[in-house]
Design a protein around this ligand. Sequence first.
Ligand SMILES: NC(=O)c1ccc[n+]([C@@H]2O[C@H](COP(=O)([O-])OP(=O)(O)OC[C@H]3O[C@@H](n4cnc5c(N)ncnc54)[C@H](O)[C@@H]3O)[C@@H](O)[C@H]2O)c1
Length: 367
Amino acid sequence: MKSSFSLQQKFVTEIIEQNFDLSCFDKQNSFLIVDNYFKENQYENQLSTYISAMKFNDYDNIFWIEASEKNKKLETVLLIIDKIFTYFQGMVSRDMQIIAIGGGICLDISSFCASIINRGCDLIIVPTTLLSMCDAGIGGKTGVNYKNLKNKIGSFYPAKKVIFDYRFLSTLSLQQLRDGYVELLKTILILDRDFFLSKSSFFESNLRFNIFKCAQFKLKLCSSDLNDRYNRQLLNLGHTFGHILESLSDFKVSHGQAVYLGILMSLKYSYHLKKLSYIQYKRLHNYFFSVCGKFIFKYEGENFHQKVKTLLLSDKKVISSTLTLILVTDASIEKIYLNKDTDRKQINDLIDFIYDNLQLSKKEITD
Ligand SMILES: NC(=O)c1ccc[n+]([C@@H]2O[C@H](COP(=O)([O-])OP(=O)(O)OC[C@H]3O[C@@H](n4cnc5c(N)ncnc54)[C@H](O)[C@@H]3O)[C@@H](O)[C@H]2O)c1
């Protein structure tokens, strides 16, 4: 018989495409955490499908969450927990379930709450942004920021169900779509480079097809490596640089934009280390650029090198003083390791490289 520990670690996520059998919502002990965006006109938008599926809803069991990185903090988690305990008059039982409806910020915070209430309660997720459908809603990473450090407090806690309701995509802005495309393209690049590079087939296949392909792939990769120690790390392409930029901008730059620039930096760094040929580098750079567009990142603070060094070495992926960077080669994706004690020169070169390449997303590469 399996121990409860291994069961807890087991991946049980079921992903469902726009299937409105919402019987799982019809449960007395449900509590909703919903992105603030849907607070207004809630009866006219997609959210009403979910509200009306909840027989026992009395609108006091909803926590409306402001989706900002500044609000992605432990204090918000405590406010949610307070509201849940107040709503259930202190009787929060093991069979209670959290239903989270929103973008990545809402899902990360809600999933963290689900992972710690009664040491874990049921979690159902309805991602509402492109980025959260392709990435944040899949794979069980939960968490909040600690001061200016990204996702430093969190857990691995896969949802029981993830429901893909593509109607939510219709209200996203162009920038929000671009943010999502970054993660979608990144995952498809890792999954299937031929498909990725045959640009026409990528764009000819519809967005739903690509989202679902991406989600299924991510789910498969995460199921065999929930704790992000092995191949799942490949999905962090662009994220080490991206998280640094988010922190440096004091979270004024969106996660999608930061990861976009992070991916361009990873491509150039791969070329710089001669892992990627110039032709491939240019092709991949221009591919991302053509979809995600121009984006200018300006660093106006002081002590760039010291700040970046601290951020680099406080990255969650630093284990035994060793930073793992994900790079792109002509044929695949690979990891390189930099030890903070033995590879000091390379780390300093890397920081110079980041400084020199902050404007990388300014234009296409031409010869
Ligand atoms: N857990 C993970 O594996 C994982 C993976 C990638 C990213 N993330 C996290 O996800 C977050 C970014 O998520 P995001 O890009 O979804 O952004 P977000 O959650 O910040 O949402 C962006 C904006 O879109 C609004 N919004 C949500 N749904 C909408 C809709 N259907 N129409 C119009 N507006 C809508 C929100 O209110 C918000 O203003 C970051 O905090 C990042 O760290 C987590």
